[in-house]
Design a protein around this ligand. Sequence first.
Ligand code: FE2
Length: 302
Amino acid sequence: MPATKSASPKDPAEDVLRGTVERITDEVVRSLDDAPDPRLRQVLSSLVSHLHALATEVALTQAEWEAGIAFLTATGQKSDDKRQEFILLSDVLGLSMVVDAVCENLPPGATESTVLGPFYVADSPERQYGESIAEQPSGEPTWVSGVVRDLDGRPIAGAELDVWQNAADRLYAVQNPDVPQNNLRGRFRARDDGSYGFVAVRPTDYTIPTDGPVGDLLRATARHPWRPAHLHLIVRAPGYRTVTTHVFDSESEHLASDAVFAVKPSLVRTFVQRDEDDPARPAGIVGPWTSVDNDLVLTPLD
Ligand SMILES: [Fe+2]
């Protein structure tokens, strides 16, 4: 008679450990029972369960736990009103794009969203149609234009575009105290026919900040810090869902390896090279320039 295959013997120590962790997890989750906000209770319960499972799965050591605490402490200490290291951490771990995927749920045809990033500053100056966001020479001028529409193709007059970008030196104004702090950012309104247009500069690929804990993490994991060239936009209109998005330059060499995993094919655009004598050259542009068409489609709130 052939021998039957027996299951591998159980490690009694593993059973004891599993039982101990389950008891601790249950106790902590039960301690949240009286939380008045049910959503807070749900999120914290899940967080605790996943954290406990993580520590068990990788057999986290005391030294690793201490290193993790030190890392998060340094991340907080690196953050202030101009530097958001926690958003950067969320971005490089892909969490920001997972939250985007969970929340987006937009119908086909709507402009897709992507990460906010760590360089957004509220209350940009209001600017007029055709104005430049460059308050000093900042790179090759780019005419950015399009029409803001709803899902049925109707123009959305008065839609607000809140735009910001980096300069040819790769820096956002918020990273560079030597430039006007409103350089390369501004808020525009779509005209009655939904059209908008402004002068930007052609964005450049740039590295996310690597002088903090997130940079240490990238180096420790042999990852590069580059983001593909892009403009940032937040588009708002009463009665419509606000969309936080990008315009990516199709010629960027980092489209396939964005350090924050934020590229969506529908957001990639062609920047067309133009000569100074091009009759379509907008007023105020001198020398060679580029143009990019970027229509936007918003989703009704209901
Ligand atoms: Fe950016």
